[in-house]
Design a protein around this ligand. Sequence first.
Ligand SMILES: Nc1ncnc2c1ncn2[C@@H]1O[C@H](COP(=O)(O)OP(=O)(O)O)[C@@H](O)[C@H]1O
Ligand code: SF4
Ligand SMILES: [Mg+2]
Length: 328
Amino acid sequence: MTAPPVLAVQDLRIEIAGQPVVDGVTFDIAAGETLAVVGESGCGKSMASLGIIRLLPDVARQSAGQIELEGARIDTLPERRMNPLRGGRIGMIFQEPVASLDPLMPVGKQIAEALALDGSIASADIRPRMLEMLERVGIDRPDLRAGQYPFELSGGMCQRIMIAMTMIRRPVLLIADEPTTALDVTIQKQILDLMAEMRRETGAAVMLITHDMGVVAESADRVAVMYAGRVVETGTVAQVFTRPRHPYSTMLLRTIPRLDGARKVALPAIPGAVPDIRSWPAGCRFNTRCPLATDQCRAAVPPLDPAGAPGHASACWHRDRIDTELAP
Ligand SMILES: Nc1ncnc2c1ncn2[C@@H]1O[C@H](COP(=O)(O)OP(=O)(O)O)[C@@H](O)[C@H]1O
Ligand code: SF4
Ligand SMILES: [Mg+2]
């Protein structure tokens, strides 16, 4: 029997005040694989990840679906069994590294405490391991830095500390929600490279949430494109980048900056904005912004169907018109 995926999310639905902000989302991630979940702000990426680790805000609740970690359901676990998974087998990295750290504790101590939670390591070994980990994530002068507080370090350094703190416990699943969005571009690349290195070393499955197709190109194996709570296209990065099968993906790809800093088309690359959750249109939710929309799109929800190559799927009634009518 082949091993189950590290994370399997099946038909996940999360509601806020009766409105589905995550609406029938299905994906899985294998060991050592990075799945990017990409889409504009407000499409439900963070809600999906918070649903997986069960840290949804009070207003939100999971109303359907199931979530499995290494083949065992976690969405039905009692909180006393869920809690140790967070920071243990499931590592989490968020957008604001400085805010994610304890402002009142030296960073070295924070990493040491994470390590001590593991229980399997002798206390005499904790400090050397912590210093070694600081070095591993590219912190210069670990002995000096370990004694510093988050406010004394740059955002990029704080994100390195977060990665050290998370990866030192060797999670099987790493959820990174916009881990580089708050950082400047050169630091962004360094942090993505570091995450990739850590993934290779530990074999973790990575769920990388981003609004940036450039980050997807840089870091992911597969991608799930979300729009208004739904996955509208999924496939390998090569499949989706070379032959997108959803108009929204085509348009997102146009937003990738070129090396000379210009964009391929005049901004905005995607006219309009994600509609407010209270006014999501009937049928395909992209129909208010889609250049290919027809009456069929306004009437019926397109299913996420196979789109040619194995593993590639999209939810669009008119995917066959994309090649001829939507220039990349
Ligand atoms: N605490 C909250 N209370 C009410 N609505 C929220 C809250 N957080 C997020 N939402 C709504 O849930 C939807 C999905 O948000 P989110 O998952 O944060 O999007 P993303 O991470 O893709 O930018 C949005 O419509 C957002 O307005
Ligand atoms: S189903 Fe229709 S509106 Fe939706 S993406 Fe496809 S063509 Fe556009
Ligand atoms: Mg978010």
